[in-house]
Design a protein around this ligand. Structure first.
Ligand code: ADP
Ligand code: MG
Length: 258
């Protein structure tokens, strides 16, 4: 069963292609990591999948999500969630953590006079806040939380709709070392059922054991798409990053250094 399909995505900014004919298809239940140097187009691809960015409307372009090409964007937001530091400023508000999570159920930023919020909505929000260890800070305004606390709230918001597709774009950026380990456990707890996970990361150590497909990007293109064993290799990563990279693997967790 298809989670999403993107065919021939071209995105141009400032007269330059930042995505050049990218095609990718994911099945339900697949866990995928996207890696590549800064500026490779990883975030752009994730935004295209999430329909935050629309590629050039060429005849060859096609995009389908959960078997449908056309979506009402607010419906799609409940089935596919994105966590990205590029949204941080958007959530820098006086709404409480609890409101930010509960309003994920309404695809809105906090609540307005026209929203009808049920007891069940608040209960779902509380369950997700508890899972990320933020239940005690539920009544705190978002703009008073630390980076790590905010990121956990945004993960809870992403999960509250029980989405079929979860997109995480450098979700651990700005977090301290123990918080990153927590985050990995949280993400692991989100990979249940046949949920599809796509994560962009710079830290190979964050690639969960359940992730078995790696997409390598460079210069707006997918340069490789394969298994961990086939892609997380010194020769391939050295070529990708343009400098000597060393790779180690222990208990299914990879680390790279250069
Ligand atoms: P990555 O996430 O792999 O680091 P991005 O997808 O964020 O890369 O960006 C790919 C390239 O596109 C970068 O060189 C970035 O500077 C450029 N880019 C992204 N958005 C814009 C924009 N709105 N205007 C001009 N250039 C952009
Ligand atoms: Mg990026």
């Amino acid at each position: 069963m298809e989670a999403f399909t993107i065919e021939n995505a071209y995105v141009r900014r400032d007269g330059r292609y930042i995505l050049s004919g990218v095609s990718v298809r994911a099945e339900k239940g697949e866990h995928i990591a996207i890696i590549g140097p800064n500026g490779a187009g990883k975030s752009t691809l994730v935004d295209v999948i999430a329909r935050r960015t629309y590629p050039l409307a060429l005849d060859e372009y096609r995009s389908s999500i959960l078997g449908e090409e056309r979506w009402m964007i607010l419906d799609l937001r409940k089935r596919m969630s994105l966590v990205s530091p590029s949204q941080d400023s958007f959530f820098q508000t006086t709404y409480t953590a609890r409101e930010i999570v509960a309003s994920g159920l309404h695809s809105s930023l906090g609540f307005d006079f026209h929203h009808v919020v049920s007891q069940e909505d608040w209960e779902k929000a509380d369950i997700e806040l508890r899972k990320v260890g933020m239940d005690r800070l539920g009544d705190r305004a978002m703009n008073t939380l630390s980076t790590g606390e905010k990121r956990r709230v945004l993960l809870a918001r992403a999960a509250v709709t029980d989405p079929e597709i979860l997109l995480l774009d450098e979700a651990s950026s700005g977090l301290d070392f123990p918080s990153r380990a927590d985050l990995r456990d949280t993400i692991a707890s989100y990979t249940t059922g046949d949920r599809t996970l796509v994560m962009v990361t710079h830290e190979l150590a964050e690639i969960l054991p359940s992730i078995d497909r790696i997409i390598l990007m460079k210069d707006g293109r997918i340069v490789m798409d394969g298994t961990k064993e086939g892609t997380l290799r010194e020769d391939i990563l050295s070529d990708l990053y343009g400098r000597k990279v060393m790779v180690a693997c222990r208990n299914g967790i990879y680390t790279a250094f250069s």
